[in-house]
Design a protein around this ligand. Sequence first.
Ligand SMILES: [Zn+2]
Length: 235
Amino acid sequence: MPAISPDKPYRVGRSRTGLGLFATKPIKKGAKIVRYFGPLLDCRKKKHDAIENKYLFELNNRWTIDGSVRKNIARYINHACKPNAESDVSARKRKVVIRAIKNIEPGEEINYDYGTDYFKAYLKPIGCKCAACEKKRKKKRAEARAEKLRLKAKAEKKALKKAEKQAAKAREELEQKQNQKLKQAAKQRLNGARSNGKLLNGHGGTTAAGQLTAAKSGIFAEPASTQGEEASASA
Ligand SMILES: [Zn+2]
């Protein structure tokens, strides 16, 4: 990291994209923060025009500052779409100054907007990582998650309804079967009574006991189990 005089209101530090410039003292809106400087390149000179790096700051269609030099602390300032500083360009003086456009608190990262050309060439292809763009992306992700959850809940509700419907149908079918069984059993008992307890005592005989059981048990009202016990007990 470059050595910076302690009376400067900034330091170089880690940012979300690598290194960045951070305020160490309050910086007032409108105050000059740091100069963006480096050798002046004249695009009319072939040698100058051939230079290509990420720190070229175009002043006008002839002059460009090559800010890639190590001493140019301003090159650590990252781009932001909603910045707290701006680049104040004086093409006539061939000078660029980074100036606060908001009051900046100690600890805050200093940013300025690099401009459309830089954005299109370098940031758009990889996705801008500035706080505003990250916030936008976060919001989009949250919305996508919420939508996914909503769809999942909807599907679960639908599945639950289907299962409930199936269970109700199964219950209905079971009840119908049971009713049929009961009816059949009642019919058989009735027949049994008529045939002198033939079915109740299981002996097929026309004994007095059989007749008695059938008469005593009140076949239609009592559950089958008690009746069975009674029948076998008395038989
Ligand atoms: Zn951005």
